[in-house]
Design a binder for this molecule. Structure first.
Ligand code: C2E
Ligand code: CA
Ligand code: CA
Length: 253
């Protein structure tokens, strides 16, 4: 499991991490989730793998707390195949409880498209998790077909604005004025719904500066750190290689 930091765009502190899975083949080559998750979904292995991801992430958060005396929220991606199961809520709560991590430190990420396709079945389950303090994020927001009217009743805490909107913020791009308008509108929409916002895939100081200016609360992306192994994440944090130090030096406010 790799972990990528999420950064508060006002204070530049690390506020959490997203757990991103990798598969190692017998030659020790790493395979990305875009290749193996669909296979695991087809075979049903995703049930075991998905539970492993939650367990691993919670235990990593506990180790992190032991080492740094600071809680980081861990976000875990879930597949609709997992959420569909009748024991999904119980599985998540049991797994968190076994790890001894306070449930408020777990965040569940589900993509907009997958949530919208199963809204009636998934909403009560995600709400049940929220009643235990777990937070819920809509991933890749803006790429699916959200019914805006439904958004205000969804049991969610956060919108993760898809990377394509962040990439398009660069001023050198044709139509960047409109792109910034679009990004700002998504942030306004989230604010009106009292949802937090994460700008995904920030790669450049310019994207960071514009995302901040347009009011995004949290940022994630290669600019701050690529997904890292747990030890490397901890070392980067200790060495002060977090976005805060770099931001102070390079980012216009
Ligand atoms: P995602 O949840 O949207 O995760 C963000 C993806 O963007 C990750 O790819 C991450 O490495 C990449 N990324 C982060 N910052 C940047 C950036 O600045 N620039 C660029 N170009 N890319 C960036 P990754 O790790 O390959 O994961 C791909 C997708 O696989 C994830 O997309 C998620 O939907 C899925 N996935 C990953 N881990 C799990 C898991 O444990 N369970 C399930 N069900 N799905 C997972
Ligand atoms: Ca995600
Ligand atoms: Ca995403």
């Amino acid at each position: 499991m790799l972990y990528q930091p999420k950064v508060d765009l006002q204070t530049m502190d690390w506020v959490g991490v997203e757990a991103l899975m990798r598969w190692e083949n017998p030659d020790r080559q790493r395979i990305g989730p875009d290749r193996f998750i669909p296979v695991a979904e087809d075979s049903g292995f995703i049930i075991e793998l998905g539970q492993w991801a939650i367990r691993e992430a919670c235990l990593a958060a506990m180790r992190w707390y032991g080492e740094h005396e600071k809680w980081l929220t861990v976000a875990v991606n879930v597949s609709p195949i997992q959420v569909e199961r009748s024991d999904f809520v119980e599985m998540v709560l049991d797994t968190v409880s076994q790890s001894k991590m306070p449930p408020r430190n777990l965040e569940i990420e589900i993509t907009e498209t997958q949530f919208m396709q199963h809204i009636a079945g998934f909403a009560p389950k995600l709400q049940a998790l929220r009643e235990h303090g777990i937070t819920v994020s809509i991933d890749d927001f803006g790429t699916g077909y959200s019914c805006l009217g439904a958004l205000q009743n969804l049991p969610i805490d956060c919108l993760k604005i898809d990377r394509c909107f962040v990439t398009n913020l660069d001023e050198s791009l044709v139509g960047s004025e409109k792109n910034r308008g679009l990004f700002g509108s998504i942030v306004h929409l989230a604010n009106a719904m009292e949802l937090r916002t994460v700008a995904e895939g920030i790669e450049t100081p310019q994207q960071l500066a514009i995302a901040r200016k347009l009011g995004a609360e949290i940022g994630q992306g290669y600019y701050f750190a690529k997904p890292l192994e747990e030890a490397a994440l901890s070392a980067a944090f200790m060495a002060g290689l977090d976005g805060g130090k770099r931001q102070q030096a390079t980012c216009p406010s």
